[in-house]
Design a protein around this ligand. Structure first.
Ligand code: GLU
Length: 311
């Protein structure tokens, strides 16, 4: 029986989408739709201070404006603490959790930087504290999950083979913060797993998170999805496009362009089109292929993309 392909958009509603988010969303959509699969939308609003329902509503409208539709929207992460709690307890039952009392400054002083994403490799300071040592701390702990000496390997749709040894390249990682909030790694694993997601397509900056998520998938009994980590878009001067580049957020783009122009510019930048012409996502389905998406960065050449306008 053919696999039932399920992909997802998992935006953080903390601002307008920028061109890099649009690019990752476009590839997620094209990959799924070209296989006849379905799309799930999920708002990743664990950070209650930075996110809002207004931004979520704008994101939905922006996706639809671009022609990127979805079949179901699942509950936002802020409403799922009870569900995450159940999985957290599962980790506790497996004997894999321990409280960590390290302060932020201790973590950054003592621990080595993580190779791929700039976070650190946890040195294990709180791994073997005695009950008496734990009681001596008067503050609430964060909770870490122990990682095995195991290498997680994946064949990324855009980046090719990638592997990470969790114990030496990551270390035991936090799944619940001291204030009780569950962290992204746990929430995303649970949400993708419960929604039956078979394909995770997102920005290159999250490639280093995939092995942690694969480890949690194994512990929770979810199958591993396929991964596609989409190259970063760089401005001609090599600057990474981010939410800070207000000029390239969808609010600005909508003032100056039709959705087909934005989609066409991205399709041209990654080689789906020979010229930057207006096109809808649907019209790109026949020319979509992961083999055209390679490497970790795509430069947007301002002389080629709507000269002087898009960048
Ligand atoms: N919510 C994350 C973001 O907006 C994406 C997480 C994911 O795709 O796994 O950057």
């Amino acid at each position: 029986m053919a696999e039932n392909v399920v992909g997802r958009f998992a935006p953080t509603p903390s601002g307008r989408m920028h061109l890099g988010n649009v690019f990752a969303g476009l590839l997620a959509w094209l990959s799924v739709r070209s296989q006849g699969g379905s799309m799930v939308l999920r708002m990743e609003d664990l950070d209650r201070e930075r996110t809002s329902e207004e931004f979520a509503e704008t994101l939905r409208k922006d996706l639809l404006w671009l022609g990127l539709d979805w079949d179901t929207e699942t509950a936002p992460q802020s409403q799922r603490s009870r569900v995450y709690e159940g999985y957290f307890e599962k980790l506790r039952d497996l004997g894999l959790l321990y409280p960590c009392y390290c302060t932020r400054s201790q973590l950054h002083n003592v621990n080595a930087p993580h190779q791929s994403d700039g976070t650190y490799v946890y040195s294990g300071t709180c791994r073997n504290l005695t009950p008496a040592q734990r009681e001596a701390f008067s503050r609430a702990p964060a909770w870490r999950v122990r990682v095995p000496q195991e290498t997680y390997k994946l064949e990324d749709l855009a980046q090719g083979p990638f592997s990470q040894d969790l114990s030496t390249q990551c270390g035991d990682f936090v799944v619940r913060r001291a204030d009780g909030v569950f962290v992204y790694q746990l929430a995303v694993t649970v949400d993708d797993g419960e929604a039956g997601v078979t394909e995770v397509v997102r920005g290159m900056d999250l490639l280093g998170s995939a092995p942690r998520q694969m480890y949690l998938q194994k512990l929770f009994g979810f199958p591993h999805p396929r991964y596609g980590h989409v190259p970063m878009l760089l401005a001609p001067d090599g600057r990474r496009l981010s939410k800070r580049d207000r000029d390239l957020d969808l609010g600005q783009l909508q003032k100056n362009f039709a959705p087909e122009q934005v989609i066409g510019a991205l399709a041209y930048a990654c080689g789906f089109l020979d010229r930057p012409e207006s096109v809808s996502p649907k019209e790109l389905i026949p020319s979509f292929s992961w083999s055209k998406i390679r490497g970790n960065a795509i430069y947007l050449d301002e002389t080629l993309l709507f000269p002087g306008q898009l960048l």
